[in-house]
Design a protein around this ligand. Structure first.
Ligand SMILES: NC(=O)c1ccc[n+]([C@@H]2O[C@H](COP(=O)([O-])OP(=O)(O)OC[C@H]3O[C@@H](n4cnc5c(N)ncnc54)[C@H](OP(=O)(O)O)[C@@H]3O)[C@@H](O)[C@H]2O)c1
Length: 328
């Protein structure tokens, strides 16, 4: 089978396509014929060698999530799992930019009939992060949530979920054309940080109180302003660093408003959450997707052999949705 691999950290040009044997499922595992896998920012930083999990050379596989059809069911899988050959499933494992993957049968999520493989392939990383982060900050109706880089796939999901829960979202963007679509999606206010100072806008929107929570993924000056926008006992979850620059902490507001600033990483959450909590979030994600409560936008689809082009395209500014690799 064909698989995308790399042998040295770098950007798109380090990727190559090789032939490897089709993997065989062991006890409790299934083999899935992969149909689609997204290019996420985590894939890009993994290829650069700066992600939380280091690549294992030679021939490190790539891709953390995907969607496909069950091809072979391994042994010792109980009937209560209700899986069948040909079933459409989403999964998370390293190496999804391949024609086949082998995954534990218990880790599969069925894809609702209303979703394509390209949408189902985005079922794990962003939806689980969105639901788990919203659970963690536990906001009440009317609370303010600040989202930096609000036009990201993840935040478009958060906006739609927050709107349903009556949470008021302030989002930041750096392109004027991204303001109105986020208002249409349910954001209360969208700040174009190229034109406005975030701290001023948050101050006036929240009548000087600041926000109750912030999901921060940019860093640099935007991160610095987001920290200064936190209200009394607010929680900031730092989960990305898209500018590549560190933010500064304003000591005054931190002393007097006593916010909590901490990291969020889905891999840790997956490792450390109880089976019950994970099942709860998985059920929430499945229901949200089945009911069409959030949209999973796809910008462009590339064949597996053009994974390098897909990575380059994914790093371009101004995309409207995910870049997806069609694996088979
Ligand atoms: N910690 C975790 O467990 C976890 C899980 C999931 C996702 N994430 C992180 O969440 C973030 C979003 O992921 P995604 O898949 O939703 O991304 P995405 O759909 O690729 O969107 C990226 C967004 O970030 C904006 N952006 C990029 N660089 C920026 C910068 N320097 N300043 C301001 N905005 C910038 C882009 O805006 P433009 O259109 O203006 O370029 C775009 O709207 C990523 O950092 C990802 O690593 C973390």
């Amino acid at each position: 089978m064909k698989q995308i691999v790399f042998n040295t950290p770098g950007s798109a040009e380090v990727l190559s396509i090789i032939d490897v044997p089709i993997p065989e499922p062991k006890v409790g595992e299934v083999r899935v014929k992969v149909k689609a896998a997204p290019v996420n920012p985590s894939d890009v930083v993994f290829i650069q060698g700066v992600y939380g999990i280091p690549p294992q050379f030679p021939d490190s596989p790539v891709g953390f999530e995907g969607a496909g059809e069950i091809d072979v069911i391994g042994t010792c899988i109980g009937p209560d799992l209700k899986i069948a050959q040909g079933q459409r499933v989403a999964f998370a494992t390293l190496g999804t930019w391949s024609e086949y993957v082998v995954v534990p049968a218990t880790s599969l999520l069925p894809i609702p009939d209303n979703l394509s493989f390209e949408e189902g392939a985005q079922f794990f990383v962003n939806p689980f992060t969105a639901v788990a982060m919203l659970d963690e900050v536990n906001l009440q109706k009317g609370d303010w949530l600040l989202l930096t880089a609000a036009f990201s796939s993840l935040n478009k999901m958060v906006i739609q979920l927050a709107k349903k829960a009556g949470i008021r979202v302030i989002g930041t963007v750096r392109r004027a054309e991204q303001v109105q679509p986020l208002i249409d999606l349910g954001a209360e206010a969208v700040v174009n940080t190229k034109e406005n100072l975030l701290t001023d806008r948050v101050k006036s929107l929240t009548e000087g109180k600041g926000v109750q929570a912030c999901f921060e993924s940019v860093g640099g000056d935007i991160g610095t302003q987001a920290i200064a926008s936190l209200g009394k006992d607010a929680t900031m979850l730092i989960y990305g660093l898209m500018s590549g620059e560190e933010a500064k902490i304003s000591y005054g507001p931190t002393i007097f408003r006593t916010p909590t600033i901490k990291g969020f990483w889905l891999s840790r959450w997956m490792e450390e959450s109880s089976v019950v909590d994970k099942a709860k979030v998985a059920k929430q994600v499945y229901t949200i997707m089945q009911q069409g409560d959030v949209t999973l936008d796809v910008e462009k689809i590339f064949p597996l052999a053009q994974a390098a082009e897909a990575v380059t395209y994914s790093t371009q500014s101004g995309r409207r949705g995910k870049v997806v690799i069609q694996c088979g």
